[in-house]
Design a protein around this ligand. Structure first.
Ligand SMILES: [Cu+2]
Length: 230
């Protein structure tokens, strides 16, 4: 084989070796925007990850608008301003050229609830959104009782007499079975009681703080108990 042909073949092989790796890599330039059906809006990349930072370039954004009360509105540097209509349900495809800077997307009907942003190029990625606040904890249950006869108690849900508790909210369900005694719970920030002549059930939701709490009958001084809140 002539020398020149060998050189040409080698050059072709070298070109293949250098071209293939980048040529085989899929272009990372398709993004997916979703809004609805609930109060959610997101922009994700091809691997399904939330978009926080992108290289400058041209991107295809496939938007899926799943609610007639929300829209997807993207704005940012370079004159990018694309939106679906709020009452629109369906798909839209946008081609946008992203340059250095911060881009924002939101639902125009709920811009404080439904929003996101990402940085492009030299712009730093935005901080991750704060996690949703946890639902308020349900108050833990306590059972207070007075009577019948000369007895008074405060028990936990397991039935054990309460000696120590953690600070927090508690629902105290009291069963007052005595016409001569009452159940009176007192301590920091709490002062609740049944009537001495009263019999029946009462439930109080109280916030117990660190310190000592006592429960007693106001009619019979020796009928009393106490617990510590830590
Ligand atoms: Cu909305």
């Amino acid at each position: 084989m002539p020398h020149r042909l060998w050189l040409a073949l080698l050059a072709a092989l070298a070109a293949l070796v250098f071209v293939l790796p980048s040529g085989a890599r899929p272009a990372q330039n398709v993004l997916t925007g979703v809004v609805g059906p609930g109060y959610n809006i997101s922009l994700t990349d091809e691997s399904g990850q939330r978009v926080t930072h992108l290289d400058p370039g041209t991107y295809t954004i496939n938007v899926s608008d799943k609610a007639a009360v929300h829209n997807f509105h993207l704005t940012g540097p370079g004159g990018v301003d694309q939106a679906t209509d709020i009452d629109f349900i369906g798909s839209a495809t946008w081609t946008v050229t992203l340059v250095d800077g911060t881009y924002r997307f939101q639902c125009d009907a709920h811009p404080t609830l439904m929003k996101g942003s990402f940085g492009v190029g030299t712009a730093p990625p935005p901080p991750p959104p704060p996690p949703p606040p946890p639902p308020p904890a349900k108050p833990k249950k306590l059972a207070g009782s007075v009577g019948p006869g000369a007895r008074i108690a405060l028990r936990s849900a397991s039935g054990a007499r309460v000696a120590t508790l953690r600070a927090g909210r508690y629902a105290v369900a009291v069963r007052d079975a005595s016409k001569r005694d009452n159940f009176h719970l007192v301590g920091k920030g709490v002062n609740v009681k049944t009537g001495v002549a009263f019999t029946g059930k009462k439930t109080w939701t109280v916030r117990l703080a660190k310190g000592k709490y006592t429960y007693r009958s106001d009619a019979t001084p020796r009928l009393k108990g106490s617990f510590a809140v830590k």
